[in-house]
Design a protein around this ligand. Structure first.
Ligand code: ATP
Ligand code: PRP
Length: 388
């Protein structure tokens, strides 16, 4: 069952015009792509399907990532409108000239590579595995804050592995020879072998399986596994352990794009910018609340000084302070100032206590939807990656 991998030939990405016919008659489908130059491996594609004018966004069709991806977009006011759950094409009314295509995560990466999608959301593990270091894939947002897991090497807790606690110790075991290599089962047949090669393990063989990998050592099929871990429960329940130096990669959901699409397809850069800005603004606002309070004071500056002396009240940049006008004895006077600050939800109560201790009253707290910055560092980075 064990095979050694020919990494380059593991995956084939077929151009769309060779795939079985699709229902192009639907009115919202873009015009049929016409490819100028394509190789079956998808590696040497230089031209994009030129006639397609609509931008295509790939989202996970099912599995762990699907629901959270939709709810993230919804929270960014980019709700996906899908006529029914079995339909694989949808749209986002907020973004014109965009089609959403629901695909399995690995197919999103393959289709970004082949030019059949322009942008997508998947796990970083999937980008690494199916992107295979392809320079056309650009990670636009690397931390969408869900789908967190790590790809790890795990070995049995028992038998010859009982006292093995690091990759270094594993590599030093005399058992592994050319005739009897360390047998690893993994669904990650690109990044898995690459990782162990970089770690200097010589006598290793790999086999693939799609699920329930944790059973393989106990069944005698493999010595170790490379698989995704999040809570660690599945490893523990199957008497396996992670070891020092054995994390292949850390993963979470990412927003990814095709460099060629960004560079050449009209509208992709603009839509990517808008999605990135909304994602960043929403994620920045997550866990922050706005606090509004009134505070007695002689001047805005004096109130500001009182606030800035409190560690939990400094806000994102500093407090916004405005005079509260009222009329006394026929004159307009200012006794109070209204202050507005953003504070982390986690420290909200501490912030409220500090506010009260310096004279704050009538404290109002509300959720934040977005925090937009002047220009996002990720956008600047993307432009520089594209040479723009
Ligand atoms: N504990 C976990 N195990 C597996 N994947 C996880 C875990 N935690 C987060 N993830 C993320 O979810 C993704 C798996 O999603 P999904 O179940 O849709 O994929 P899949 O099983 O690879 O899909 P397919 O059924 O098409 O092979 C992973 O690629 C990873 O990014
Ligand atoms: O660390 P944990 O929280 O226990 O999660 C890890 C498990 O989750 C995934 O399997 P999944 O449930 O997706 O089933 P599969 O193995 O059939 O893909 C992964 O392949 C591990 O088996």
């Amino acid at each position: 069952m064990a095979t050694s991998f020919d990494l380059g030939a593991l995956f084939q990405v077929w151009p769309s015009f060779l795939s079985p016919s699709r229902p192009f008659s639907r009115p919202y489908l873009s015009s049929l792509a016409c490819r100028a130059a394509a190789s079956p491996s998808g590696e040497d594609l230089e031209a994009l399907p030129l006639e397609r004018t609509v931008v295509r966004f790939g989202l996970p069709s099912k599995g762990r990532m699907a629901d959270e991806t939709l709810s993230l977009l919804k929270n960014c006011q980019l709700s996906v409108r899908q006529v029914n759950p079995r339909q694989y094409v949808a749209d986002i009314p907020q973004l014109s000239n965009l089609e959403v295509w629901f695909q399995r995560p690995k197919d999103i990466v393959r289709k970004l590579r082949s030019g059949d999608l322009d942008i997508g959301i998947v796990g970083f593990d999937t980008v690494s595995e199916y992107g295979q270091g392809n320079e056309d894939l650009v990670v636009v947002h690397d931390a969408l804050e869900y789908g967190a897991c790590r790809l790890s090497l795990a070995i049995p807790r028992y038998g010859i592995f009982e006292n093995i606690n690091s990759v270094h110790e594993l590599a030093q075991m005399p058992q592994w020879t050319a005739e009897r290599p360390l047998r690893i089962v993994t669904g990650f047949s690109y990044v898995g072998p690459k990782f162990l090669k970089e770690k200097g393990l010589d006598h290793v063989s790999f086999s693939t399986a799609d699920g329930a990998l944790e059973a393989a050592p106990a069944m005698g099929i493999a010595d170790a596994i490379i698989d995704l871990v999040s809570s660690g429960t599945t490893l523990r329940e199957n008497d396996l352990k992670e070891i020092e130096g054995g994390i292949v990669l850390e993963s979470q959901a990412v927003f990814v794009a095709s460099r060629r699409s960004l560079n050449t397809r009209e509208g992709v850069l603009e839509i990517t910018h808008e999605i990135l800005e909304r994602l960043e603004a929403h994620l920045r606002a997550t866990g922050q609340v706005t606090v509004v309070a009134n505070m007695r004071g002689n001047s805005a500056k004096e109130v500001a000084e009182r606030i800035l002396n409190q560690t939990s009240l400094s806000g994102l940049q500093g407090p916004t302070i405005s005079p509260v006008y009222c009329k006394r004895d026929g004159k307009v006077v200012v006794d109070y100032y209204a202050i507005v600050i953003c504070v982390p939800q986690k420290t909200l109560y501490k912030s409220v206590q500090q506010l009260r201790s310096i004279g704050g009253s009538g404290v109002l707290v509300s959720d934040l939807t977005y925090i937009f910055e002047e220009e996002t560092p990720r956008w600047r980075k993307l432009l520089s990656q594209l040479g723009l």
